[in-house]
Design a protein around this ligand. Structure first.
Ligand SMILES: [Zn+2]
Length: 405
């Protein structure tokens, strides 16, 4: 089995012959200490932190960075000048205060993101192949644009589909362009495959949202190949961990990110135990973060990877803990083989589920698959077959919506 392409990329970026744990951790400590010294020298956001750590083990002594910090102090955290910023991503979700969380990227940050995409996509895309990209295209250095850049540099042709095409438009695109690979969100892929069929598609990289087991298996059964999940939050440059030929977990680009898993009280958990992922982004040039709580839950796989690469592997990720999440509901509901998509809205009067299904008696089957979920609530299910003019019921991350959203 070939080692993860990430292994070769990190060796090249760091100019080292071999990536064993000792080398990886030495690189991390060096970059972390460089960051701490810089922050002290410029009296930056992290100026109260020690100037250097003796070992990586001392990282857990440092305080966490939160979403609130990012919303209110991103300017103070910025390490480069404004003129060096090529892209800013902001959103309106920042807990209690309503301020927008912003993340800044320099040209080097975005170049390293494209390089990581090339390593991840290089496992499933070959020169001459055709790749359909279902992430948004939003102008220079947008997510779709960065992926398309990586696809082109691998000698393949990107098809810029975006996330908002109807099932009819998707069918026409599959027929005309004959893509062999898909890059997009997991449920988006499953819906596409269930409505339009596999057609020319053979392989897929999924990212941008949780990938529950039944969604993964559902896609793999129709595609006839194993998926390549990717994980990357905005705070780590939209690029973090990629699947290798062993298809067990995702190797993390550890020359860029130090990962810790913590329990609810913030104590570091040993390998193999599930908790919240905390990241220290030593490789980000514009906006490096120290011990940022991601709100994503996972574990670090304790066993060595059969591919031979020693970069840590993350298990699949779930947003916001383990109970009652959208991922858990997706896991339950997409076990219905002809369910195409559904959307959940919570209102004072109860729960509304709107769904597209290709099978008979969908309401009864959805109620059965829900099991004990929403057992205490008034549940309304509105289901019909998808039409060609319909599109996916979520255009971004899946979540239980509040009425009015
Ligand atoms: Zn591996």
């Amino acid at each position: 089995m070939n080692a993860s392409r990430l292994d070769a990329l990190v060796r090249e970026q760091e100019q080292v012959e071999r990536l064993d744990r000792e080398t990886i951790e030495a690189i991390q400590l060096k970059k972390l200490n460089r960051l701490l010294a810089k922050e002290r020298a410029r009296a930056g956001f992290y100026r109260e932190m020690p100037e250097r750590l003796q070992s990586l083990g001392r990282l857990s002594d440092l305080p966490f960075t939160t979403d609130e910090d990012l919303a209110h102090h991103a300017g103070a955290m910025l390490l480069t000048s404004q003129s060096e910023i090529r892209r800013v991503l902001s959103d309106a979700t920042s807990g209690t205060t309503g301020a927008a969380k912003r993340v800044f990227y320099s040209e080097n940050d975005l170049e390293r993101t494209v390089q990581l995409y090339m390593a991840g996509l290089g496992e499933l895309i070959f020169p001459g192949s055709v790749t359909m990209i279902a992430f948004p295209f939003s102008g220079a250095f947008g997510l779709g644009e960065l992926i398309a850049d990586a696809v082109e540099r691998l000698g393949a042709r990107p098809i810029k589909a975006g996330p908002r095409l109807s099932y009819g438009e998707l069918s026409a695109l599959l027929e005309k362009e004959r893509p062999d690979t898909f890059v997009g969100m997991p449920v988006q892929l499953l819906s596409l495959l269930r409505v339009c069929g596999r057609e020319s598609l053979r392989r897929a990289l999924v990212s941008g949202d949780a990938c529950p087991e039944t969604v993964l298996r559902g896609c793999e059964t129709i595609l006839g190949s194993s998926l390549f999940p990717h994980y990357g939050s905005r705070e780590m440059g939209m690029a973090g961990a990629i699947t290798c030929p062993a298809h067990v977990g995702m190797h993390l680009r550890e020359n860029h990110v130090i990962a810790e898993i913590v329990d609810r009280e913030g104590r570091v958990l040993p390998k193999g135990e599930t908790g919240e992922l905390v990241i220290t982004t030593i490789g980000m040039e514009a906006l490096p973060l120290i011990r940022y709580r991601t709100g994503d839950y996972t574990r670090i796989l304790p066993e060595p990877c059969p591919c031979g690469c020693e970069l840590l592997r993350l298990d699949s990720l779930r947003r916001g803990g383990e109970e009652g999440t959208m991922a858990e509901l997706d896991d339950a509901l997409f076990s219905i083989p002809d369910l195409v998509d559904y959307r959940i809205t919570k209102a004072d009067k109860g729960i509304l589920i709107r769904a597209f299904s290709l099978g008979a008696e969908p309401e009864r089957r959805i109620r059965k698959a829900l099991g004990s979920h929403f057992a205490q609530e008034k549940l309304t299910i509105k289901c019909r077959a998808p039409r060609l003019s319909d599109r996916a019921l979520y255009s971004g991350k899946r979540a239980i919506l509040r009425a009015g959203e």
